[in-house]
Structure formats: C-alpha cells, structure tokens
Design a protein around this ligand. Structure first.
Ligand code: 5GP
Ligand code: ZN
Length: 135
C-alpha cells in the first residue's frame, strides 16, 4: 500500500532524499527535520498506514520492536541520558503527518525539552469506572 500524496511514502520509498540512520525491508528510520533534541528520529513503515488504528497488530509490533532496538543504539551512539518514544494518532493527539510513525527522542540532561502533558486529578470512583469498562 502506498499513497501518492503522502510525503512519508515518498521518503520511505526513496523518492525524496533524507537522512536515514537505519533501513530494513519494512522500515526506514529518518532524522526529523524539526528535531525536539539532537538525534530526534522517526520510524517510518514503508507501507502506508494512516495511523495505529489502520495498522495490523503484527506490523505495529514490528515497528515497536524496532523502536526498542533503536533506543539502545541511539542512546549509545549519541551518548543520551534518557529516551522518549512517542506515537501520535489523529489530530487531537498531535498527529500532523498521516502516515504512521514513531518518534524516537533522545534526552540529555539540561536539554530544556518538554514532552507535554498536564497531570490532572483522579478519584477512586473515576478510576474504577474506567477499569470496569475493560472487564
Ligand atoms: P507528528 O506531529 O505527525 O507526530 O510528527 C510529524 C513529524 O514529522 C514532525 O516532528 C515533523 O517535524 C516531521 N516531518 C514532517 N515533514 C517532514 C519531512 O519532510 N522530513 C522530515 N525529515 N521530517 C518531517
Ligand atoms: Zn504514506
């Protein structure tokens, strides 16, 4: 599957040149052009899936397995102090390019970066109600 209007299909397929740090048959890992930190990279599956909802579970698994390996390698090579893995789905969640991707964000002491969320309060009843949805 490929979407002719999708920039990440073109990058993953090699039509648009990019700075890749890893490639296999199914994925390309590229440097983000507006990095949160030094070495911020994106895992792009070569197949076009709009988001995690459209992607078969085994493909999601392979992409996250690669994320785990990349976290190790990138932390070593870049001498990072920590690592965030972020994956956005739909506009409300911050997705701006609608081809599934995983953000690999090395973190450094004093990098001043914030991976945002604002913790809110909970109640025992509220948490129990949500838990019960999954019973
Ligand atoms: P999202 O907000 O969809 O989770 O993330 C999209 C990411 O792709 C952003 O961090 C943005 O900087 C990056 N990006 C968008 N277009 C390009 C591009 O053409 N090349 C590269 N290397 N990164 C891109
Ligand atoms: Zn695509």
């Amino acid at each position: 599957m490929r979407d002719d209007n999708c920039i990440f299909c073109k990058i993953a397929g090699g039509e648009i040149p990019t700075n890749a740090i890893y490639e296999d048959d199914d994925h390309k890992v590229i440097l983000d052009m507006s990095p949160a930190t030094r070495g911020h990279a994106l895992i792009l599956p070569k197949q076009h899936y709009k988001n995690i909802y459209e992607m078969p579970a085994d493909k999601v698994g392979e992409a996250f397995k690669l994320a785990g390996r990349m976290a190790q390698t990138m932390t070593d090579k870049l001498k990072a102090d920590g690592f965030n893995i972020v994956q956005n789905n739909n506009e409300i969640a911050g997705q701006t390019v609608f081809h599934f991707h995983i953000h690999l964000i090395p973190r450094y002491e004093g990098d001043g970066q914030v991976i945002p969320w604002k913790p809110k309060e909970s109640t025992p009843e509220g948490l129990a109600e949500i838990r019960d949805l999954f019973q």
